[in-house]
Design a protein around this ligand. Structure first.
Ligand SMILES: [Zn+2]
Length: 99
């Protein structure tokens, strides 16, 4: 019998600029449904695979969920911090071959 992988859903809190646990112990379709629902409300959401079943009832009080939220927040901030602010002009690579 196949092992079901449970997922947790993180929602992005614009006020604190960080992810927070929205729900956990969801099956994949449920997680997708919730993430879609959040996104329709303009809330960025992220689905994370759980390594095991979370025992705590409230995801906001759940340690693995908080860890996942922290990680997502760190990853979320990464691209803008790492990106070098070098904008290439769009016409820099214009090759005009004249014969
Ligand atoms: Zn949890």
């Amino acid at each position: 019998m196949a092992k079901t992988t449970e997922r947790l859903v993180l929602s992005f809190d614009a006020e604190t600029r960080s992810f927070k646990p929205a729900a956990h112990n969801l099956l994949s379709p449920q997680a997708v449904e919730l993430a879609d629902k959040l996104r329709t409300e303009n809330i960025p959401a992220r689905i994370v695979e759980q390594e095991n079943h979370h025992r705590v009832l409230n995801p906001q009080m759940c340690r693995p969920c908080k860890k996942a939220a922290e990680l997502a927040t760190a990853n979320h901030a990464e691209p803008s911090a790492e990106q070098t602010e070098q904008e290439q002009p769009p016409d820099s690579e214009e090759e005009s071959e004249s014969d």
